[in-house]
Design a protein. Structure first.
Length: 235
C-alpha cells in the first residue's frame, strides 16, 4: 500500500531540454546541404562538439538524442559518451526540407540565376521554398516533449539544426515564425535550453559554450552565405 506522502503528480517537476545546434560541417563546395546524406563535421566542428560535452559534463543529463543526419549524430556522440548514455535518434529533429538542397544559392553563380527557381521565393511567410514553418513547430515541439518525458526531473540534450531550432524557439516565445534570418540567435554548437515545469515550458535560455571556436563570420546566424545570397535556408 502506498503511503499518503507518495507523489504521482509531476506538475511541479522541473526538466530541462537543451536543444543543441550541430558543429561546423565540412562543405568545401559551399552547397546548401539540407537533408542530403554524407555531410560530416569538420575538424573544427568536432572540437566544438567536444567543447560542449565538456561544458555539460557536470550536468544531470539523462537522455541524449539527435537528428539522423551525420553532422548531428557526430555532434551528439561526445555528449552521450561523457554521461555513459546510448545515443538515441529522432527523425523529427531533422533539418527543414528545402527546394534548393544540393545547390549553391547565389544570384550570379547559383540557383537564383535560373528564372525557373524564382517562383520558389514568392512567399516568405510559409515559406514557399521549403517546409512550412508550422510543420516545423509541430514536429520539433513533439521531439522536445519526447526528450522531456525521457528525462523527467533531470536534463536532456537534443541535437538539431539552425532553422528548426529557431522556429520552435520563436513559437515557444510567442513570436511570429517568419523572420529575418540574419537575426537568428543560433550559432554553431549553441544551446537553446527549454525549462519545463511539468509539461509546460516556463523559460527559454541560450548559451554558446564553444563561441571562441566559431569563426567570426559564422557567429550569431548560420553558415556564411555565398556571395549575393540570403541566409534564409538554415544550416
Amino acid at each position: 500500500m502506498s503511503s499518503g506522502t507518495d507523489r504521482t503528480d509531476r506538475s511541479d517537476e522541473l526538466t530541462v531540454v537543451h536543444l543543441m545546434r550541430h558543429g561546423e560541417v565540412h562543405n568545401p563546395g559551399g552547397v546548401l546541404y539540407g537533408r542530403a546524406p554524407g555531410y560530416h563535421l569538420s575538424e573544427l566542428g568536432r572540437k566544438m562538439a567536444d567543447r560542449v560535452a565538456e561544458h555539460l559534463a557536470d550536468r544531470n543529463i539523462a537522455y541524449v538524442v539527435a537528428s539522423p543526419l551525420e553532422r548531428a549524430q557526430e555532434t551528439a556522440t561526445p555528449v552521450a559518451a561523457a554521461h555513459g548514455l546510448e545515443l538515441a535518434t529522432d527523425g523529427r529533429l531533422i533539418e527543414a526540407a528545402n527546394i534548393f538542397e544540393g545547390k549553391t544559392f547565389g544570384i550570379g553563380d547559383g540557383a537564383l540565376r535560373r528564372p525557373a527557381n524564382w517562383k520558389y521565393l514568392t512567399n516568405p511567410f510559409r515559406p514557399s521554398w521549403g517546409e512550412p514553418y508550422v510543420d516545423q513547430v509541430v514536429r520539433m515541439s513533439a521531439a522536445l516533449a519526447a526528450a522531456r518525458d525521457a528525462a523527467r526531473g533531470r536534463e536532456a540534450v537534443a541535437v538539431s539544426h539552425q532553422l528548426p531550432i529557431w522556429i520552435v524557439r520563436s513559437w515557444a516565445e510567442r513570436r511570429r515564425l517568419w523572420h529575418d534570418p540574419r537575426r537568428r540567435q543560433c550559432t554553431l554548437a549553441s544551446l537553446t535550453s527549454f525549462t519545463y515545469q511539468g509539461d509546460e515550458i516556463v523559460s527559454v535560455g541560450y548559451s554558446e559554450p564553444a563561441l571562441d571556436l566559431v569563426p567570426a563570420h559564422l557567429r550569431g546566424g548560420g553558415a556564411k552565405a555565398p556571395k549575393g545570397a540570403s541566409k534564409a535556408f538554415g544550416a
